[in-house]
Design a protein around this ligand. Structure first.
Ligand code: ZN
Length: 134
């Protein structure tokens, strides 16, 4: 693991939350992107070395919809940057940790990603992410 790549925050209304985070961070989101496979629309803010990802569900089966139903809006996941996502998944699974994605998939913002099961990590949803062009 290299660094915290971004923090993911589940929101109900992306447009309203974009305004709040623009005020908070003093900078607007640099992109919005739909990730069809996860049922989300996301926006990204850059803050120093790190990023904040806001996620809004695009339909009722979206994991973000389920999360907000259960726990309300707020912190959803921590994403760590990794050099070699395949090696990192194998390393964790060899140690007995459960992955939601045992194979990496396309994520937002030019990354390939894999989520680790939060039961494996003290209730924290962990995302591994690697630059897709590497
Ligand atoms: Zn993320």
């Amino acid at each position: 693991m290299n660094k915290i790549e971004h923090l993911g925050i589940a929101v109900k209304d992306l447009a309203a939350s974009n305004e709040i985070f623009t005020d908070l961070l003093g900078t607007p989101p640099y992109k919005e992107e739909v990730v069809e496979s996860e049922g989300v629309i996301t926006s990204f803010f850059k803050i120093g070395e790190s990023k904040i990802e806001l996620l809004q569900a695009t339909h009722d089966q979206s994991p973000i919809h389920n999360f907000i139903e259960k726990r309300g809006e707020g912190m959803h996941h921590i994403a760590f940057a990794v050099e070699d996502i395949h090696a990192e998944i194998k390393r964790l699974m060899d140690k007995g940790y459960r992955m939601i994605h045992e194979k990496p998939k396309q994520g937002a913002d030019g990354k390939i990603i894999a989520f680790m099961h939060p039961k494996s990590s003290n209730g924290v949803l962990v995302e591994l992410c690697q630059d897709a062009d590497k």
